[in-house]
Design a protein. Structure first.
Length: 227
């Protein structure tokens, strides 16, 4: 197993990074995409992407991330990240990284990342970790680390965004439907009023026609009968 790449970031702002000379591929692009998906709360997790494994630890809002090339080994990458985290906090403390700009710590700290990476890529690193109880106690058992496929995480994010878009469209459609319903009710009301008015006019005309047929236009027949 080899650790090929590591970085330290505050959310998507990379503060320092180092790439092993043997590393090839588009993993810097993948890591930038992955950083936007990593929760800001403290924790650790492993993501799988093609033939590469991304391990990360988030502590006090700072993400320590590494990429390795073997899926079944987690102790060494997490031990490496714990070691890098200890060195980083020892050098910069907890407050300075919270306001540091991108790559402002890279020149000073990339050498430390490279040194620790070379050590944990050595043949003796695995045996050394097993013999150091204090360090081993800081590393969670592999069973406690959730391994997820990064493609599924990204797909879920896209589905959530799509769901939000659909919800917005449904809200807009509901608003348009409510407006159309009010307009329809208003139109039906005035149509009913016009029907009533027409019926009243027709009724008045029928009564008038009946009275004219009986009494004449000037109602002279009805007056003559009265006289």
């Amino acid at each position: 197993m080899a650790i090929l790449y590591a970085l330290i970031s505050r959310e998507k702002t990379v503060l320092a990074e180092h790439t092993a000379t043997s590393a090839t591929g588009n993993f810097p692009t993948v890591t930038r995409m992955l950083l936007s998906k990593i929760p800001t709360q403290d924790g650790k997790m492993t993501y799988v992407y093609d033939d590469y494994i991304f391990h990360y630890i988030v502590d006090n809002g700072i993400c320590y991330l590494s990429m390795s090339d073997e899926k079944n080994k987690h102790r060494i990458p997490f031990a490496f990240l714990e070691d890098v985290k200890t060195n980083f906090i020892s050098k910069y403390g907890l407050e300075a990284p919270q306001t540091a700009i991108a790559f402002s710590m890279n020149e000073e700290f990339k050498g430390t990342i490279e040194q620790r990476m070379d050590y944990y890529n050595s043949d003796g690193a695995d045996r050394a970790i097993d013999n150091i109880g204090g360090l081993k106690s800081q590393i969670d058992d592999v069973k406690d680390v959730m391994v997820q496929n990064i493609e599924k995480v990204l797909e879920r994010g896209e589905k959530i965004e799509l769901l939000v878009d659909k919800t917005d469209r449904l809200n807009q459609q509901a608003f348009r439907f409510e407006s159309s319903s009010r307009e329809l009710r208003r139109a039906m009301y005035w149509r009913k009023m016009r029907c009533y008015a027409i019926m009243a006019v027709v009724g008045a005309l029928v009564l008038y026609a009946a009275s004219v047929s009986l009494c004449g236009f000037d109602y002279s027949h009805c007056k003559a009968k009265k006289d």
